[in-house]
Design a protein around this ligand. Structure first.
Ligand code: ASP
Ligand code: MG
Length: 405
């Protein structure tokens, strides 16, 4: 008998019919002789509409109350899933995060799991039940309800799999797995059989948002192997696991695209200590997430600093930085929207040279201008004009031999 954790995301449980399908799938797994613990998200759209409701009664809802509110989304799904299993003649028990023994720190709306005491889970499993746990939530030591940040049900599943020593952890979602690129952008993209944690993290931070990054980091830290697969068919998905030797043979695992980016440049800043610190502390204080940062070599004591961020954040960045410009003696600031980021990702880069040259070469053949470049050990990212991003992604995908068939 294997102990299996299955996580079903919002779209997989988005309608009563889908919940019934999921219930049937769960029972099939249990009847094949396995112990099954299921983690569910709120039905699709529910968390968003709860957030909207909160904003309609208050401009700044207290975070403690946000957690009480948002936790109801997943609490609805666990009850419905358990009822659906019961209706099919199976046995199931639903557990809230707190009942499942998930203890978190006190940071409301983005709490971290501090430990899991899975006594209740085991008790119900031993009684022959499927255990259905509410994702995305836990409670503090003092018994306050907390939530784990958007997409947090992934983290619940990985953490429970680790805590109960599950043999298999399956993340069921509305895509078939992790692809070499988004198939809506590159039609020849194909599903990967496996990918290592670091590549998965780079793909996620580069826009291929299949899973919450924190949950992948957690899986890496505790060595939890998991599979991302579709809840709409029975095809095997993508195994996400520790790095193995033969994985380095593939130079590039995938190409990832992030649209709706903007490039902000602060021009003519004096090249002296403290300037970058002042700029980026201001941005951090405004809670803005930025991505690629480039500072030029200075000419006659002056330099330019550029960074990228989401289109929607440009106005806030301007507002925050405007007062700082004269203080640091900058000549001006300009923002360019309509750019996008293309990344090629793969641990094989460590042992294969010439990857950057090959990428730049294919873009040059396409006559696509590179505006910014940033690299890590396993990623090369470039900022391009957004209008050319689809073309660029297809060129890179083809150049690195990622196409299927
Ligand atoms: N329901 C939460 C959200 O929409 C958690 C999750 O789906 O993983 O962010
Ligand atoms: Mg989700």
């Amino acid at each position: 008998m294997a102990l299996i954790v299955q996580k079903y995301g919002g779209t997989s449980v988005g309608t009563p019919e889908r919940i019934r399908n999921v219930a049937a799938r769960i029972l099939e797994t249990q009847r094949a002789g396995n112990g099954v613990v299921v983690v569910v998200s709120a039905m699709s759209g529910v968390t968003d509409s709860l957030i909207k409701l909160a904003r309609e009664v208050s401009e700044r809802p207290p975070e403690r109350e946000m957690d009480v509110l948002l936790a109801t989304g997943e609490q609805t799904t666990i009850a419905l899933a358990a009822m659906a299993i019961d209706a099919l003649g199976g046995r199931a028990k639903s557990l809230t995060g707190a009942q499942a023994g998930i203890v978190t720190n006190r940071v409301h709306t983005r709490a971290k799991i501090s430990n899991i005491t899975p006594g209740e889970i085991h008790r119900h499993l031993d009684d022959g039940n499927v255990v259905i746990v509410a994702g995305f939530q836990g409670q503090t030591r003092e018994g306050q309800i907390t939530t784990l940040g958007r997409g947090g049900s992934d983290l619940t599943a990985i953490a429970i799999a680790s805590a109960i020593g599950a043999d298999i952890c399956q993340i069921y979602t509305d895509v078939e797995g992790v692809f070499t690129c988004d198939p809506r952008i590159v039609p020849t993209a194909r599903k990967l059989d496996e990918i290592c944690y670091d590549e998965m993290l780079e793909m996620a931070s580069s826009g291929s948002k299949v899973m919450q990054s924190r949950s992948v980091e957690f899986a890496k830290k505790f060595g939890v192997r998991f599979e991302v697969r579709s809840s709409f068919n029975n095809q095997p998905g993508t195994i996400v696991k520790e790095e193995t030797k033969n994985m380095e043979d593939v130079v590039i695992r995938g190409v990832s695209v992030e649209k709706n980016q903007a490039k902000v440049t602060i021009e003519g800043v004096p090249d002296r200590p403290g300037v970058a610190s002042r700029v980026f502390n201001t941005i951090a204080d405004a809670n803005l997430v930025i991505d690629v940062i480039v500072q030029n070599v200075s000419k006659s004591g002056l330099t330019d600093i550029s960074f990228t961020l989401h289109n929607d954040d440009v106005a806030r960045a301007r507002e925050a930085l405007e007062p700082v410009l004269s203080e640091i003696g900058a000549e001006g600031m300009k923002a360019l929207t309509g750019v996008a980021k293309l990344s090629v990702v793969g641990i094989g880069m460590r042992s294969h040279g010439g990857v950057a040259a090959k990428l730049f070469d294919c873009l040059s053949r396409g006559g696509i201008n590179i505006q910014m470049i940033s690299t890590s050990e396993i990623k090369i990212a470039v900022i391009l004009e957004e209008a050319r991003i689809v073309e660029a992604a297809n060129l890179a995908h083809e150049t690195f031999g990622l196409a299927g068939g």
